[in-house]
Design a protein. Structure first.
Length: 667
């Protein structure tokens, strides 16, 4: 306990030494109200300056502040006073720096880029009512209602993970391995990816997480374990400053060759776009990789900023990545919201928090943290502001996410990358730019998804299978219905195989066509006394109790929703099987359709019709008179004539007025 108290006193002393209060320009306090348009307002920026993102974001933020302060049409005389705080790639130091920044009476802060620091500092800004505009914290969980003062000014990883899931579905893979940094950024992003894949009937078969700052030996051990898994589709979601190390080790382990698939999130293009020229050895590490990059419209504003980049002060990178554009737009978003805030009568005043004043003599200096009185009003102006910036349309939806999220799909090859297409949550994967897609009706059907051809690792254009059977893996567990009836289809076998039948023969023939061995064991499903439930069998396969099932399993709509079926190779139904007997042909075969009783009845009706006709016609028709021989010939001639035009059947017409028998007219 004594050592614990000593450590706490040391931490308190360190933080108190770091705390440097800053006088706010303007009137502050609880009662006095300043003018509606102060001469200067304090804003802060919080991120790691010496990082792939920070080296691009810093000059962009400074340029935005200069542009706003020199533009008389915005803020109308009020200047922005920017304070930069470096988080130094440390969660602890980043939190301390963030607390220091909040102690300087800033009305808003740009950053941080770290999702972990954003989670901590969001609790602070909630209490102090200071909006936090982050251009780099992409963790999807930061959009929760728990963080009302956190406003993401870049695209959330929620959409990026759905883009990855669409890529997996487009190429027809069903399992992936996720490699990610084990922090809020990596963990929560991969969690969303798992949900997105589940909707595509795919899954993450293995999650390979490593700690931030992991050594090369740790990453080496991680990738060796990953390489023993069945899936050869790897999704890598890490920080920009450590991601290339993973590819370097994977290259050494032979994991960047033919048959492997690597999908990188936006961290990889951020590294490549920030460098004017990439070392050829570095490019050799990532050949065939598919990567996602934030899509920004190729507008005049963006072209003008690109032309200005080389002349910007404090610029540390020859080129910039998409985070530079988002950070520039973040400052302009704040300026436009402030302008509307002041036009609406907003004022800049701060109040002391009584809970922080009663610190019982602590050295933390928490009394420097004060509440921005009209923070809720400024936050509302930020959320409702919309304009066109370097990245395109800046506008927020009901969940405070930027509207129209879109990504470029890139394929790394040679000394650069080439564009395969685009992804939007509006129309999915397409080779048509998002700006054109938004003018057309939404269509996310599978048949409407298109990308240009990919050059995969190993310099092949043949799509990798996406999985292999590991040398040390367990045999596949194949469920076989233990049928009682129709044993010829599938049933138990007393031999070493354990099952036999027509379905087993087809399955074994398919296995022999594969270019590699697939060990498998047949597991009988059922007790052998009655046929098992095939619906339960399908459900158990979907629940991963078995790897597959072989048998005469009927394909139904409900079953196709949870498992995949092969093409049907056998049909069943209600049939009648009868023996075939050979009978010699006979000239009297034409009599076979009717029995002799039917033929006799037909002859009786034939004579009956003739007699009726003779009775009706005898008195008036001279053709029915004469000798009996002549009359009989006439009757037979008339009946034969009628039989050529009428059907050999009789219809009886019965009515209340009359009753008669006439030949039926065919129809």
């Amino acid at each position: 306990m004594e050592g614990h108290m000593h450590m706490m006193r040391t931490i308190v002393f360190m933080i108190s030494c770091l705390w440097v209060p800053m006088e706010v320009i303007g009137i502050t306090g609880n009662a006095t109200a300043p003018s509606a348009r102060p001469r200067v307002v304090n804003i802060g920026a919080l991120f790691t300056l010496n990082s792939a993102i920070g080296r691009s974001a810093k000059p962009a933020i400074l340029a935005a502040v200069d542009d706003i302060n020199s533009d008389s049409s915005i803020l109308k005389g009020t200047k922005l006073n920017l304070t930069l705080q470096d988080t130094n790639c440390s969660g602890f130091l980043g939190t301390v720096e963030a607390m220091q920044l909040m102690g300087k009476d800033v009305i808003a802060a740009i950053g941080p880029q770290s999702s972990g620091i954003a989670h901590v500092i969001s609790h602070v800004v909630n209490e102090l009512h200071v909006p936090l505009l982050s251009f780099g914290a992409t963790d999807p969980t930061l959009s929760a209602l728990q963080y009302p003062y956190f406003l993401r000014t870049t695209t959330s990883d929620y959409f990026q993970m759905y883009a990855v899931a669409d890529l997996v579905e487009y190429f027809g893979w069903r399992e992936i391995v996720a490699i990610f940094v084990d922090d809020d950024y990596g963990r929560n992003g991969i969690s969303i990816l798992g949900d997105a894949l589940a909707k595509k009937r795919a899954k993450i078969s293995y999650k390979a997480a490593f700690t931030p700052g992991a050594t090369n030996n740790d990453i080496d051990s991680l990738l060796v374990g990953v390489n023993l898994k069945e899936s050869r589709v790897f999704v890598i979601h890490v920080n920009p400053d450590s991601g290339l190390t993973i590819f370097s080790i994977a290259k050494r382990l032979g994991m960047m060759g033919n048959g492997y698939v690597w999908i990188a999130t936006d961290w990889l293009p951020s590294v490549l776009d920030s460098s004017d020229t990439i070392n050829p050895d570095t490019m050799d590490l990532i050949q065939g990789v598919i990567a996602l990059r934030h899509h920004t419209s190729d507008s005049k504003l963006k072209k003008s900023f690109t032309a200005r980049w080389r002349n910007l002060k404090d610029k540390e990178t020859p080129k910039f990545n998409s985070y530079a554009l988002y950070s520039y737009d973040s400052v302009w978003l704040l300026a436009r919201a402030l302008d509307a805030f002041f036009d609406d009568g907003g004022t800049v005043t701060f109040s002391d928090d009584p809970r922080l004043q009663n610190s019982n003599g602590t050295l933390l200096g928490l009394n420097a943290l004060r509440i921005f009185d009209q923070g809720p009003k400024l936050l509302q102006k930020l959320i409702t502001t919309n304009f066109t910036g370097l990245t395109g349309k800046i506008q927020f939806d009901s969940e405070k996410n930027l509207i129209l999220p879109a990504y470029d799909v890139l394929n790394i090859g040679g000394t650069s990358s080439r564009l395969l297409g685009y992804w939007t949550n509006y129309s999915g994967l397409s080779t048509v730019p998002p700006e054109i897609l938004y003018t057309k009706p939404s269509n996310t059907s599978t048949s409407n998804q298109h990308l240009y051809d990919v050059i995969w690792p190993g310099e092949t254009v043949t799509k990798p299978r996406g999985w292999v059977f590991p040398n040390n893996g367990k045999p596949l567990q194949i469920a076989v219905p233990y049928r009682v009836t129709f044993a010829e289809v599938v049933t138990k076998d007393k031999g070493p195989g354990g099952a036999k039948g027509y379905c087993i023969d087809v399955f074994e023939a398919a296995i022999r066509l594969l270019p590699y061995a697939v060990p498998h064991d047949y597991i009988l499903y059922g007790d052998g006394r009655r046929n098992p439930s095939f619906s339960n069998l399908v459900y158990d396969v979907a629940q991963n109790k078995y790897d597959a099932a072989v048998g005469d399993i009927t394909i139904t709509t409900n079953r196709t929703r949870i498992v995949d079926f092969t093409q049907p190779f056998m049909e069943s139904g209600l049939v009648v099987v009868a023996p075939v007997r050979e009978i010699k042909s006979s000239p009297w075969a034409f009599l076979k359709p009717f029995t002799w009783q039917m033929w006799g009845l037909t002859g009786v009706f034939f004579l009956f019709v003739g007699a009726v006709v003779w009775i009706l016609e005898h008195r008036m028709n001279h053709e029915f008179r004469g000798s009996p021989r002549q009359q009989l010939i006439t009757i037979f001639w008339l009946v034969s004539l009628l039989s050529n035009y009428q059907t050999p059947s009789i219809c009886i017409y019965n009515s209340p007025l009359y009753w008669e028998i006439v030949p039926c007219v065919p129809y």
